[in-house]
Ligand binder design. Structure first.
Ligand code: ADP
Length: 263
């Protein structure tokens, strides 16, 4: 029997910046349709890894594969979304959703129809002709995610997409994201330094530690889905959180203080 080809694979990927080893040689395999969170304190190499997978930064060594194909250093194979929504203020919500197509010369009628359908399906239907300035922070991030979906990449990298939102909006957005993920069946790699968020969303949590940045541990999250908010206080959840906190605090290289976790 042949094993399922991983959707995304990092093989011995590392990156240095002069004297600084930003990311030590790293292996990671992500299955099709999996939701993986990457958590760790500032400086542990999360952005470096993200940029390498997105193809906007070349690794010093190693390779990145998507569907078994080497895409190292090549952009355009994954969809990605950042904390800053990067919406164009002078474009409507719909134009912002189909921006990928607009930038390639224009959105076809089918692409605009798809944009409307996505917006309607995921709670933005009444806002397609609004400008981003009329939207709340949470809604802007929904638009940014719709734009990422409209890029039609199986792998989506989300870098702290809810980092600037207040905690209640954030929780609502996490639930919303899980409903989108369930329906769209994409593979998601979600970078955060919020441990609750990492566990709540993911099938597996990749715990990174700094100096040098590396994967310290990969932890399964055996909590059934769908996950109601009450999962956050279940004993299994608390146990996982404790384990991750201990990994980060007990690592002498982090020199972590409690406050650093939310820096
Ligand atoms: P994180 O995203 O987890 O905060 P980064 O990937 O940004 O971590 O950084 C990992 C390490 O690499 C840090 O020590 C950081 O200072 C260093 N680093 C990142 N980018 C650069 C760069 N362009 N030049 C020099 N050092 C860098």
């Amino acid at each position: 029997m042949t094993e399922e080809t991983p959707k995304l694979e990092l093989r011995g990927v590392s990156r240095d910046f002069g004297e600084t080893l930003a990311l030590a040689p790293t292996d990671l395999t992500v299955r099709p349709g999996e939701f993986v969170s990457v958590v760790g304190p500032s400086g542990c190499g999360k952005s470096t890894m993200f940029n390498i997978v997105a193809g906007v930064l070349r690794p010093s060594l190693g390779s990145v594969l998507i569907d078994g194909r080497d895409v190292t250093g090549r952009a355009g194979y994954v969809g990605y979304m950042l904390q800053k929504d990067l919406l164009l203020p002078w474009r409507t919500v719909l134009d912002n959703i189909v921006l990928g197509a607009l930038m390639k010369g224009g959105a076809s009628r089918a692409q605009r129809e798809e944009g409307v359908e996505l917006a309607t399906r995921y709670g933005l239907g009444d806002f397609i002709n609004h400008y981003p300035s009329a939207l709340s922070g949470g809604m802007r991030q929904r638009v940014a995610l719709m734009r990422t979906l409209a890029m039609h990449r199986d792998v989506m990298l989300l870098d702290e997409p809810f980092g600037a939102l207040d905690s209640q909006t954030r929780l609502a957005m996490q639930q919303w994201l899980l409903s989108v993920w369930k329906r769209e069946k994409r593979t998601i790699v979600f970078v955060t330094h919020d441990i609750d968020e990492a566990i709540f969303l993911a099938d597996r949590v990749v715990v990174m530690t700094p100096r040098p940045g590396r994967i310290h541990e990969i932890i399964d999250v055996p909590i059934e889905r769908p996950r109601p908010v009450s999962s956050l206080t279940r004993p299994e959840f608390i146990g996982l959180k404790q384990r991750i906190l201990e990994t980060i605090y007990s690592n002498p290289s982090t020199g972590m203080k409690e406050t650093d976790l939310h820096a």
